[in-house]
Design a protein around this ligand. Structure first.
Ligand SMILES: Cc1cc2nc3c(=O)[nH]c(=O)nc-3n(C[C@H](O)[C@H](O)[C@H](O)COP(=O)(O)OP(=O)(O)OC[C@H]3O[C@@H](n4cnc5c(N)ncnc54)[C@H](O)[C@@H]3O)c2cc1C
Length: 299
């Protein structure tokens, strides 16, 4: 599955590659088999070079940011995995901020607060990369990436070119990147508003406290497993089916927040997928509501 000459080209360019990369450490739910090849570009240029090489050698690939909304399968992930977490350039220019897709969203919101910029308060505590957050249109506490993103730099696999996107087709946990898998996000421009550092930090502290209180942060998870169904809350529906604490293998519905499926230790992707199906069936039977998975599955 890895195209001829790919590894040599990447190594010659000085791009870090790991063969047989274990996947569990690349996902917050700590589950997964092994990737045939993982590539860790350290900049947008290295990422574009890598994607050019994937294209030229016909190597199939997937992209992973911080792996916080992701479930890998238990077996071998064939082809290459482009891991963005080493892409960390960040540039402020007034209220405009450019950052590579691999920059941590939570870290970014902390530095925005430090600079006295408001707009990223909602993102403090969302454990994703900036690229992953744009792809998923991550949001919380009434804010979302769609409120602050003005542009993103994308590699378009159809043409092999790097383009600037201004229309992201944002919706609830939706973006053009999810509907067009041939686009890879390399970097993002966001616009913030000048604010008062102490006030911004106070809001962030409150959100962090609220997350600790409500979310099972003491267990590995991929966040809220299901999307919010129109007019309902997934966690409440699951709780009302009496499923808090329900367990299959080493995966369980969190006791603290029933919207989270957690890894009790040593869970497999199969445990999680079986639990997902069980929960989905119970909610459908009881309430006639179809739960849709928010977590992205990479088998
Ligand atoms: C404890 C916890 C709390 C959470 N709370 C929230 C919350 O409040 N709100 C919320 O919205 N989410 C939340 N999440 C989910 C998750 O943090 C977000 O969806 C986050 O934005 C995902 O970013 P990531 O870098 O981890 O993406 P990943 O999980 O690595 O990837 C997600 C998807 O995006 C794709 N992708 C990633 N990077 C790129 C790129 N550069 N180009 C193209 N495709 C890419 C992947 O292929 C995959 O399909 C939470 C998760 C956890 C574990």
């Amino acid at each position: 599955m890895i195209g001829a000459g790919l590894l040599e080209a990447l190594r010659e360019r000085g791009i870090r590659t790991v063969s047989h990369q274990p996947l569990a450490p690349l996902s917050t739910i700590r589950i997964g088999g092994v990737a045939e090849l993982a590539v860790f570009p350290a900049s947008g240029e290295e990422a574009a070079f890598t994607l050019d090489r994937f294209r030229a050698t016909g190597t199939p690939f997937r992209v992973v940011g911080n792996g916080s909304n992701l479930l890998f399968g238990d077996g071998i992930l064939e082809g290459a995995l482009l891991v963005t977490r080493d892409m960390s350039r960040m540039e402020w220019s007034g209220d405009r901020l450019y950052a590579d897709c691999g920059v941590s969203l939570s870290g970014l919101s902390a530095s925005a607060a430090k600079e006295g910029y408001s707009g990223l308060e909602f993102a403090r505590g969302i454990p994703g990369s900036l690229g992953g957050a744009v792809v998923m249109n991550a949001g919380a506490y009434g804010g979302a990436m769609s409120d602050i993103v003005t542009e993103s730099i994308a590699y378009d696999l159809r043409t092999g070119e790097t383009v600037t996107l201004t229309d992201h087709g944002f919706g609830y946990r939706q973006s053009v990147y999810l509907s067009h898998s041939e686009l890879v996000c390399l970097g993002v421009v966001i616009r913030l508003k000048k604010g008062i550092r102490e006030e911004i930090e106070a809001v962030m502290r409150e959100y962090t406290r609220s997350r600790k209180e409500k979310q099972p942060l003491e267990y590995p998870s991929a966040g809220s497993y299901f999307k919010r169904p129109e007019g309902y809350f997934a966690g409440k529906l699951i709780e009302d089916c009496g499923l808090k604490g329900y367990r299959i293998g080493n995966a369980a519905v969190s006791e603290k927040h029933a919207g989270f499926l957690i890894n009790l230790g040593g869970a497999t992707a199969e445990d999680v997928l079986r639990l997902e199906e069980y929960v989905r069936n119970r909610v459908r039977d009881r309430f006639g509501v179809e739960l849709e998975r928010e977590v992205q599955v990479m088998l």
